[in-house]
Design a protein around this ligand. Structure first.
Ligand SMILES: [Zn+2]
Length: 384
């Protein structure tokens, strides 16, 4: 075998062992040897290296059952940290997440819609630094920042191509934030970040084919196919908000007519509701719905029909095992869940329905931050 190949294999074996300790701890060296098929000597050598690098520690626990007792190993959750950031029109959230994907600090700030790009960057820098020092984390252990935001994102070059909500176009966010903070920075669309959280620690943990649908200021989805985020040619796969559902329908903010978003997004709903009542926020629509006002019941009923149609179309296109629903609409008025399920029952195609679970995210409003931080770890951490 070539020297290069040997080195690569050594690296892969080490990563595999660390992965097993991370996901199946507490675990003994002997069990790892059994799972991997590697010799106990090799496992002991690899564990020795991982211990020295701070990734693995011995616990107080020993194996139970017959035979020689062996000390169990655990992963060191504090060996490294990543920062997840969620950026939206009116909110900035920053979280610190440890090596095992646990959020150890989270802060939410309201963001002025008139805030400039530079002000936003400085606010992220200031708060990231403050949170790191408040939690007494060594900066050396923080391997990078990931930002999730609404819009079309060139994740490879770290450029925000277009974000209607943030009013940004062709912004070199990763480069600018990295220069300001001195951290590595990666960026992606918010729902792509969220589906990573769901797939790693949430409702779709370990699922090979799953879809996250976000219903709120807009409607969109993010797709995991064969265990990987499905991005399409320009990272816009899943942007169902601009699929046309009625060529004779309402004009969309994108300029087309009858986009799905015109029946579901908060802005479109508010505009429609104002034909009946002087309201200005989505919460007022929800409150009228709760009071059973006819117009609110009708408009939201129509919205839920389109939500169910979107779910059924996604299910037919990708045949996922699980669809996770998230976003403001579901979180603020959970009573709509039953109606969505009834409508899905009606629209979903039988051969697909049998193997499909429709569930609700329980990551709440932390999903994007958590997913971003996990994404930062996945992309920025390389084991030596
Ligand atoms: Zn549109």
């Amino acid at each position: 075998m070539e020297k290069q190949d040997q080195l690569l294999m050594k690296k892969q074996n080490k990563a595999l062992v660390l992965d097993i300790v991370k996901n199946q701890s507490p675990i003994s060296r002997m069990e790892i040897s059994k799972i991997t098929g590697m010799s106990p000597t090799s496992i002991s050598r690899i564990i020795g290296e991982l211990h020295q690098q701070g990734f693995v520690k011995e616990t107080e626990l020993v194996t139970s059952g017959v035979g020689r007792k062996a000390t169990l190993l655990d992963v060191c959750a504090d060996v490294l940290y990543t920062i997840g950031v969620e950026l939206d029109q009116s909110v900035l959230k920053i979280g610190i997440v440890n090596y095992v994907g646990k959020m150890i600090a989270l802060r939410t700030f309201s963001r002025n819609v008139l805030e400039t790009y530079e002000e936003t960057l400085r606010s992220i820098q200031y708060n990231v630094n403050e949170m790191i020092s408040q939690n007494m984390i060594s900066t050396k252990k923080v391997i990078g920042i990931a930002v999730g935001l609404p819009g079309s994102v060139d994740y490879q070059n770290g450029v925000v191509r277009l974000s209607d909500q943030l009013k940004w176009k062709n912004i070199t966010l990763a480069k600018d934030l990295s220069e300001l903070t001195s951290f590595h920075v990666v960026i992606d669309n918010e729902l792509k970040m969220k589906v990573i959280a769901e797939n790693t620690v949430g409702k779709a943990k370990g699922a090979q084919n799953s879809i996250l649908v976000g219903i709120g200021s807009g409607i969109g989805s993010a797709i995991i196919l064969n265990g990987e985020v499905y991005r399409g040619e320009s990272n816009n796969a899943g942007e169902i908000g601009h699929t046309v559902v009625d060529p004779n329908g309402n004009v969309c903010s994108c300029g087309k007519i009858g986009c799905l978003a015109t029946y579901i997004s908060e802005g479109a709903l508010i505009a429609d509701c104002r034909k009946v009542k002087e309201i200005s926020t989505i919460d007022e629509v929800f409150s009228s719905f709760r009071k059973q006002e006819t117009w609110a019941l009708n408009i939201l009923n129509r919205t839920l029909t389109y939500v169910a149609l979107a779910i059924s179309n996604l299910a037919c296109l990708y045949n996922p095992e699980i669809i996770i629903l998230s976003g403001n609409l579901i979180e603020k008025i959970p009573e709509v869940k039953q109606t969505i399920e009834e409508k899905c029952e009606r629209y979903l195609w039988e051969p697909i329905k049998q193997n499909l679970q429709i569930v609700y995210s329980d990551l709440g409003d932390q999903g994007v931050v958590l997913g971003a931080a996990i994404h930062a770890q996945n992309t920025l951490h390389e084991l030596n």
